[in-house]
Design a protein around this ligand. Sequence first.
Ligand code: KE4
Length: 428
Amino acid sequence: MNTTKSEKLFNEAQKYIPGGVNSPVRAFKAVGGNPVFIQRGEGSKFYDVDGNEYIDYIGSWGPHLFGHNPPFIKEALLKAVEDGTSFGAPTELEVKMAKLITELVQSIEMVRMVNSGTEATMSAVRAARGYTGKEKFIKFEGCYHGHADFFLIKAGSGALTFGVPTSPGVTKGNAADTLIADYNDINSVKKIIQQNKNEIAAIIIEPVAGNMGVVPADKKFLEELRNICSEEKIVLIFDEVMTGFRVAKGGAQELYGIKPDLSTFGKIIGGGLPVGAFGGKKEIMEKIAPSGPVYQAGTLSGNPLAMAAGFAALSYIKNNPEVYKSLEEKSSYLENGFREALAEVKKNYALNRIGSMMTLFFTENEVNNFQSAIKSDTALYGKFFSEMLKRGIYLAPAQFEAAFVSTVHTKEDLDKTIQSFSESVSVA
Ligand code: KE4
């Protein structure tokens, strides 16, 4: 596969951009080799600057539920740009977008638009702190909620479960209020609450984790989490940046039948443009400036182009709820093909799938939390990734990520992927 132009661009990029990329995972460091630079995308495929074609399973890390450049989003954008790109003043489309989100996600009574998932999650935690007057919050090891300082914390050692920064630049002060529990382990949550009675403002969770690879929460665990938050007056935040509008029309909360107090969104909600959102109970959201004292702002929040793309995406979902049936059919077809290929080579790797997001873990133990996920052989994943890339299949360039199926992956795409999988998993 000729990647001469990509290599040249990557060398050039590294002179001006840290690591040559604008988001770390894109640099292929977790899988080895150099990233290919993408020229354009169309449907289920995208094409690199050397003209190589790939069937794409990252879909821009989740936004492309309908594949690259779906006509109805492109049309909405081209129309919107005629009126201008940004006003910094309220527009009608923001009202329509907010109303549509409250229609699609039952728990959302009010919503604020922002420009990324990170902004959504950091604002949601601030809202919870402002609403409860409490300062600490619980997150789960293995869940990623964006790069706000107080999220870049890992489980510290010792019984107190205080977090420690995972990145230079994050202060101990920030870490002090972040408490780390174990995913799918309600006792670890109860222990932390006992140790920090009446000090915890929020618990934030990916209801289906995608950032340790795909690890679904147990329904019973989420139900108990919901009950504990209600009893202890802790704000339950579902981080649905990845799962929102992905695993169901109403997100993971619809799938599980659980109502969080706040939810965060990103990715699909922007139709491929930079959009995030946080929302939920009116009594909490009314605390947000200017209706309340909790400050939150953004120059380009609710930007007309981003709203046009996002509104087109969510309107399509509202008018075509059968897309989730089609996504399930395509995704289970792919999963079954993978499982047959694994059986042929007698490899019993863990394959977790919820709807159109899935991860193959290179470990034979069950993967139901972070500790079990990290038993995966990441070097083997790297070899597998490269074998698939060579065959024109673009998966997440890191073991602890998700692969995404879109509504426009065809049976031909899926069969080619299964064939490539079968060859790659036997040589990896
Ligand atoms: P952004 O700030 O990247 O828009 O969203 C942060 C975020 C928050 N919550 C969840 C559940 C997320 O998955 C994300 C971002 N996901 C990663 C993929 N693992 C984005 C890819 C990247 O960092 O380049």
